[in-house]
Design a protein around this ligand. Sequence first.
Ligand code: 5GP
Length: 190
Amino acid sequence: MNAGRMLVVSGPSGSGKSTICKRLLQDPRVVFSVSATTRKPRPGEVDGRDYYFLSVEDFRQKIAEGAFLEHAEVFGNLYGTLRAPLAEAKARGHIYLLEIDVQGANQLRALGEEGVYIFITPPDFEELKRRLAGRGTESPEVLQRRLHKAEDEMRERHRYDHIVINDDLDRAVAEVRQHVGLDTASTEVR
Ligand code: 5GP
C-alpha cells in the first residue's frame, strides 16, 4: 500500500495532544501539517515550522483564494489547514498529521476527507483542570475560556474514530500509532 493517509488529532488543551503529536513526528513516515494562524508566535515558535504566522488580512486573502481545506476561529484567532501540502504528502505516501480543533475536524468530515480521526482526552476533567492551571501561563480569564472550550470539545469526542485516553504517554502514543497503522507489519506507508 502506497497511498498516504490523513491523521486528524483533536482534544482539549491540557489533554497532552501536542506532546503525543511530537512523539508521533519522531517517525519519519509522519509529516506535520503546518497550519496558518493569525495568533502571535509564542516564545520558541518558528514561522513555517510550528505555524505560518499571518496577518488577518493575509489570512482572509487566503480564504478568498480557496487555499484552506478548513479554517476556524479558536480563542479569537484564525487557524487553517492549507490544501496544497496535504495533497503532496498523500501523493508521497506519508501520514499527514493535522493537529486541529473539533470545528476543523467537523469540516473535514463534512467534506468526506478520508482519514483516521483521533480524539485525545485527559483521564478525567479534574485532571484537565489541574493540567491547565499547572501551566501557570494563563490569566484566570483565559483559563476559564479554555475550560469552557474543553467542555465543548469533550462533547464532540464520540464523533471521532477513536478516543485515546492520555493517562500514560507511552501507552497513548502506542495506541495512536496502532490506529493509524504505523505498527502493523503489513503497512507500508513509504
Ligand atoms: P494553539 O494556539 O494553542 O497552538 O492552538 C489552539 C487550538 O487551535 C488547538 O486546539 C489547535 O489544535 C487548533 N488548531 C491549530 N491549527 C489549526 C487548524 O489549522 N485548524 C483548526 N481548525 N484548528 C487548529
